[in-house]
Design a protein around this ligand. Structure first.
Ligand SMILES: Nc1ncnc2c1ncn2[C@@H]1O[C@H](COP(=O)(O)OP(=O)(O)OP(=O)(O)O)[C@@H](O)[C@H]1O
Length: 478
């Protein structure tokens, strides 16, 4: 019985042991099952992710195919646009050539020498009494109009010294354009701008300001001078009153920028000189050299004129022109003081050389724009002048009458005719910019004061002679 019991106990123990092992293994299986279940859940979730990614991928693929189609369409469109742009560019180049030809034909119709008259307004200090201002009537005077403008001066003269009877004497004049005291700088420049365009197109252009001292030549060319001697602190010109030189340079920048789209690249260089007593001075050089260096004029075979030892300024930004004018005016004033003379007794010449190159067509142009502020034209009583003043007066009279002679000789337009360029420094300097291959414009500046009427008549008569000249067809500079 005991053995039986013992056997049962042992069996029981074995069973319990087996049971524990079984429980342990079951716990192991349960853990494994749990891990498998969680893995399965993860796999299901991943499968879902993958399924969604597949859907997105398909959508993206569809979009990609759409985009690819768009790219193909755009490429096709781009090719078409490029072809059209090439056509337009070719057309533009062609148009530009036609534009230049037409512009030149139009300028030729207006005449290669033109005369504009400009009467300056009276200054407040000058309106002192009745009769202080000259009596004048302008006819036409439309700045934008075409053809010649007219004006008529009138004055009371004594017809008979016996009866002291007074009659009105009239003096009519007509010029290509007349600018009244009301016309501003912008209106004057409107006409000039066409000649500036000609210089860009490769022609040589001369623009003169002629008239007695104080008639507004410098104002027309440069603008108002500063009243402040400290020119570093103050601009010489305000924008509205800027003269022909700064406006011309500004226009050239604008046009050069516009033409760069059509393949043109322009370079601009400026020189500024003064002719005083038939000697040339560099207005952009060292003032200490003023009057010491002999600047010789040379005419090259290719039609280019050079002046030895002159400072050349590359005008590659609009601000440079201001700096240049400031320096020239400073040198002119200082030089004039050194020589104990006034700047109005010398000619100042601003030379702007313009070279253009078109990379697309290989065309090249080279034009020169000369802007000349002439010495005061008033007749001094030579017998009353002595010494330096007499020499100076003679030099001015000679060079101004020589300019008139050259224009007359050119107007005769005889092949091989003698043109007296060498008779003065000014005409010799401008030899390649005056005549058949160039365009000339003369501003005759006049005063509105009756006390200057005699000088005004002289200026207007000189200008009328110039106006009667018609110079032959302009050719492009080489
Ligand atoms: N169109 C104008 N509008 C306003 N003021 C002017 C005009 N023209 C000239 N003036 C003024 O008249 C005065 C004389 O002008 P400016 O100095 O230009 O004469 P000029 O002929 O150059 O004399 P100069 O021969 O002495 O150099 C200046 O004070 C100038 O500012």
């Amino acid at each position: 019985m005991n053995r039986q019991k013992e056997k049962h106990r042992q069996q029981n123990q074995q069973l319990e042991h087996s049971n524990r092992q079984y429980e342990q293994r079951r716990a192991g299986f349960d853990a494994e099952l749990k891990s498998i279940q969680s893995q399965t859940t993860r796999l299901f979730s991943k499968e879902e992710d993958i399924r969604q990614a597949c859907v997105q991928l398909q959508e993206k693929e569809a979009k990609l195919m759409g985009a690819q189609k768009t790219v193909e369409d755009l490429t096709l469109q781009l090719e078409k646009t490029e072809a059209r742009m090439f056509e337009i560019d070719t057309q533009l180049l062609e148009d530009e050539k036609i534009r230049r030809k037409r512009h030149n034909q139009f300028q030729e119709l207006k005449g290669n020498i033109r005369v504009f008259c400009r009467m300056r307004p009276s200054l407040p200090s000058e309106r002192t009494h009745e009769g202080a201002l000259v009596q004048v009537q302008f006819e036409g005077g439309q700045v934008t109009g075409s053809g010649s403008d007219k004006m008529e001066f009138s004055e009371q003269v004594i017809a008979s010294t016996v009866t002291n009877k007074r009659v009105t004497k009239t003096y009519p004049f007509s010029f290509d354009k007349i600018f009244t005291p009301e016309h501003g700088q912008a209106e004057c420049f409107e006409e000039i701008s066409q000649l500036v365009q000609s210089a860009l197109d490769g022609y040589n252009v001369c623009i003169f300001a002629y008239g007695q001292t104080g008639s507004g030549k410098t104002f027309t060319m440069q603008g108002p001078a500063t009243h402040n001697n400290n020119s570093n602190n103050k601009d010489h010109h305000d924008a509205n009153n800027a003269g022909m030189i700064p406006r011309a340079v500004h226009q050239i920048y604008q046009v050069a920028q516009m033409l760069s789209d059509r393949g043109w690249t322009y370079t601009m260089e400026g020189q500024f000189l003064e002719i005083y007593n038939e000697a040339i001075h560099d207005l952009l050089g060292e003032v200490s050299d003023y009057g010491k260096i002999k600047h010789e004029i040379r005419h090259e075979k290719n039609g280019r004129t050079t002046v030895a030892d002159m400072t050349t300024v590359q005008l590659d930004s609009p601000s440079k022109v201001k700096t240049m004018l400031r320096k020239a005016n400073h040198n002119r004033a200082t030089g004039a003081t050194l020589l104990n003379e006034r700047s109005s007794r010398s000619h100042s010449v601003f030379i702007l050389r313009l070279s253009g190159h078109n990379e697309t067509t290989g065309e090249r142009t080279s034009g020169v724009l000369n802007l000349i502020d002439l010495a005061g034209s008033e007749r001094l009583n030579a017998s009353g002048a002595t010494g330096d003043r007499l020499t100076e007066t003679k030099a001015i009279n000679k060079s101004l009458s020589c300019l008139g002679d050259v224009i007359h000789a050119l107007a005769k337009n005889k092949e091989g005719a003698y043109i007296p360029y060498r008779n003065s420094k000014l005409t010799y300097l401008l030899q390649n910019s005056l005549g058949g291959n160039c365009k000339t414009l003369m501003f005759v500046n006049i005063s509105p004061l009756s006390e200057h009427f005699g000088e005004t008549l002289c200026s207007l008569r000189f200008a009328t002679k110039v106006n009667s000249c018609r110079i032959g067809t302009a050719r492009k500079a080489k």
